[in-house]
Write a protein that binds this ligand. Structure first.
Ligand SMILES: CC(C)(COP(=O)(O)OP(=O)(O)OC[C@H]1O[C@@H](n2cnc3c(N)ncnc32)[C@H](O)[C@@H]1OP(=O)(O)O)[C@@H](O)C(=O)NCCC(=O)NCCSC(=O)CCC(=O)c1ccccc1C(=O)O
Length: 346
């Protein structure tokens, strides 16, 4: 563990020995996350204190529950049976979980896998009960090993049952970027090639300690000159991005953490729990704040499309305001709008 985190934890363990008063609902209590290996930084975030005792915020909110979720499997989405992806929602919690389900191929994706993921992400976006989406791979060996090379065609893409070559993962990347809810990549095992890019376009990445990251494109005659290059350079810097693409090496989870490619690293057997805790912590926060922040954090990188997303959020909020509705109502009433009661704040 990071020595700073270890020091903070030991300082705080004295203060946290007795559970804090539980807020109504009793689901949470303040206690250290014992045995957690992580970046240290994130492990200690909830406990950071300037006074030596838990802050009033920490006392009120406490730690989130680590109880297992109750997952409900959804077998059909958009009237299509899911064959290469598993889709689940947590009962009563607001978490949607999408699992690439081709472990025998290290979760490599075909055009069909990508379409199924697209349907699931669209469903998660539309469902008002969903507040956060998790993307992961089936089994401990791979998050995703990129495009399935056995269906890659010289005709210019990956080919499915319809015989049409596609690079539809590029649309999926944009869908994740523009989904107005947080998306977390939960990575066990290999995240390589197009699979590495998928985790990079997610908002957060939680890695197991067996996770391995890298691009293989130059070795297999492929590259991603879109987000796969630009987002990588934003995350880890130009020199490292050049290294990652030019040498096409694979890197372990600790290296990925030190490079800023992932948010935290946890033991493999804690990956699911830790991902749940992050989801639950996010779900406590204001959905509108999260939505606007996601747009804002992506706006500069995404150029006009990013500003459009952020601008859309502003319109959405304005449509909910009295001032916005005065304009609409006046039009419907066939009268001049009266905006005089709305202040021009400095
Ligand atoms: C992932 C490995 C490092 C794992 O190694 P190991 O644990 O030793 O397992 P293996 O024995 O190699 O694999 C088990 C089994 O799975 C098959 N398999 C694994 N990955 C793939 C794959 N990507 N395609 C097809 N099959 C795969 C493997 O052949 C084995 O099958 P057997 O029948 O048992 O032999 C290692 O497997 C590995 O290096 N895999 C290849 C990684 C790779 O090169 N991926 C493709 C990179 S290119 C890409 O993803 C482009 C995608 C794309 O659509 C795109 C296109 C254009 C622009 C942008 C994009 C974009 O994605 O952004």
């Amino acid at each position: 563990m990071d020595p700073r985190a270890s020091h903070r934890l030991s300082v705080l363990s004295g203060h946290l020995a007795a559970p804090a008063a539980s807020p109504p609902g009793g689901e949470v209590e303040l206690q250290p996350l014992a045995g957690r290996a992580g970046s240290g930084d994130s492990a200690s975030t909830s406990y950071a204190t300037a006074t030596g005792s838990p802050s009033s915020y920490a006392r009120v909110h406490g730690e989130v529950s680590r109880a297992p979720a109750r997952w409900r499997r959804i077998a059909t989405v958009a009237k299509e049976e899911l064959r290469e992806v598993k889709y689940e929602k947590s009962e009563g919690e607001g978490i949607a979980r999408i699992t690439i389900d081709r472990p025998e191929k290290r979760n490599a994706f075909t055009p069909r896998t990508v379409m199924e993921m697209t349907w699931c992400f669209a469903d998660a976006r539309e469902d008002p009960a969903v507040g956060v989406v998790v993307l992961r791979g089936e089994g401990p060996l791979a998050f995703c090993s990129g495009g399935d090379q056995s269906v890659r065609s010289a005709a210019g893409g990956y080919v499915g049952a319809d015989g049409i070559p596609r690079l539809n993962v590029l649309d999926l990347q944009m869908q994740i970027r523009r989904l107005p809810k947080p998306v977390i990549a939960s990575v066990a095992g290999y995240a390589v090639g197009g699979g590495h890019i998928l985790h990079m376009v997610c908002d957060l990445t939680i890695a197991a300690d067996n996770a391995v990251f890298g691009q293989t494109g130059p070795k297999v005659g492929s590259f991603d000159a879109g987000y796969g290059s630009t987002q990588m350079a934003r995350l880890i810097g130009q020199k490292r991005a050049h290294e990652m693409w030019f040498l096409a090496r694979l890197y372990d989870a600790q290296t990925a953490l030190s490079w800023g490619l992932v948010n935290t690293v946890v033991p493999l057997d804690q990956l699911e729990d830790e991902t749940l805790v992050w989801c639950r912590e996010i779900l406590r926060n204001s959905p509108t704040a999260l939505r606007v922040l996601k747009s804002a954090l992506n706006a500069a990188e995404d150029g006009q499309a990013g500003i459009q997303q952020l601008g859309g959020d502003a319109t959405l909020l304005f449509y909910q305001s009295e001032e916005g509705n005065e304009g609409r109502q006046a039009y419907m009433d066939k009268r001049a709008p009266d905006f005089s009661r709305f202040k021009r704040l400095p």
